[in-house]
Design a protein around this ligand. Structure first.
Ligand code: COA
Length: 312
């Protein structure tokens, strides 16, 4: 059964804005990247999604193709982003079957929860290899096609996007390996924006916060519902993000509306990351965000703070 469009795309976009364009997506069978791909395909794109698991990748491609009659979506399994050769072959196959590559989403990522004391050099390396080297390999394999696309569509093709995160802005316990990797991904994309901007290619990053229903949440979030509720409450917008939030941001960046956005990190997290580092500042043990703001009770421990009513 086709996934309802309202689950992955807002109604504000016009059908056909991506007609004749092709998107190449690593990790395209994952929850976030498949929603991004579905949104682009709905609006006219054809797609090539890449993954390690052949049956998962092929069935995701078949499912995505259902969102628009006539859509061409190919799923290439047995492609590990750590292998430059297999990525080059996948990119060449995408071009020979679909005619080119206009947009790229480098979405493949590796993650597990572990303290530094339980991280072996190989465990750290596995995540760096998938995220940083994998993104580099994806960029190397596809940039020549993106340069062609930028020429062909004069500023309306040639868009590169990496999926990153926000926890490296502040650091996060149990995620030293992933935080290090995502910092590398961001730096790589920013450098590409400078090197390829003059050729008409844009390179940007989307940094999702906690997105409901994803593999990442299932892997990383606490299994305690109380802890999960507290986590959601700490998000300034008071709710988890959705895959649609990330898909809409992607459509914006790849559309004509995003043509002048280059070297940017678009954080889509309800401002959650701005709260990440704050729990140690002026917090009494009983203080919970956002209650102390709503109650107007600022910590007794804040020497320079204002007592009494908050300004909310
Ligand atoms: N804690 C500590 N170390 C871990 C670990 C964990 N939970 N899981 C894996 N590792 C270590 C392994 O022990 C190994 O190190 P060693 O050789 O010193 O023992 C190293 O990581 C590589 O593990 P391996 O399973 O061989 O790697 P892989 O390349 O097959 O898998 C991972 C890559 C580790 C990222 C794996 O978690 C994975 O494939 N994840 C699926 C995709 C994913 O993470 N998606 C992200 C959703 S947010």
């Amino acid at each position: 059964m086709a996934v309802p469009r309202s689950e992955y795309l807002s109604s504000v976009w016009r059908d056909g804005i991506f007609n004749d364009r092709v998107v190449f997506v690593t990790g395209g069978a994952g929850t976030i990247c498949s929603a991004q791909t579905r949104a682009l395909v709905s609006l006219g794109c054809n797609a090539c999604i890449i993954g390690r698991n052949p049956s998962k990748t092929e069935s995701a491609a078949a499912s995505i193709a259902q969102c628009r009659p006539g859509a061409k979506v190919i799923g290439l399994g047995n492609v590990d982003v750590r292998s430059p050769d297999s990525l080059s072959q996948a990119a060449a196959r995408c071009v020979s079957e679909l005619g080119g590559i206009d947009f790229v989403i480098a979405g493949a990522a590796g993650n597990f929860v572990a303290p530094l004391s339980a991280l072996s050099p190989n465990g750290f390396k596995a995540v760096i290899d998938i995220d940083v080297l994998g993104t580099f390999n994806t960029c190397k394999a596809t940039l020549p096609y993106l340069v062609e696309s930028a020429k062909q569509y004069s500023g309306q093709g040639g868009r590169l996007l990496a999926i990153s995160a926000t926890f490296h802005y502040t650091g996060l316990p149990l995620q030293a390996h992933v935080a290090s990797a995502k910092a590398g991904v961001d730096a790589l994309m920013h450098s590409i924006s400078l090197e390829y901007g003059p050729l008409g290619v844009t390179a940007n990053v989307i940094a999702p916060g906690a997105i409901g229903g994803t593999e990442g949440m299932a892997r990383l979030a606490s299994s305690e519902s109380l802890a999960q509720k507290a986590m959601v409450k700490a998000i300034p917008l008071g709710k988890l993000g959705t895959v649609k939030d990330i898909a809409d941001a992607t459509v914006y960046l790849f559309s004509d509306a995003g043509a002048y956005v280059n070297g940017h990190t678009l954080v889509v997290d309800g401002a959650a990351w701005r709260r990440q580092g704050a729990t140690a500042v002026g917090i009494d043990p009983g203080m919970q965000y956002p209650n102390f703001l709503l109650d107007g009770k600022i910590s007794d421990n804040v020497k320079t703070g204002r007592e009494g009513s908050s300004k909310l």
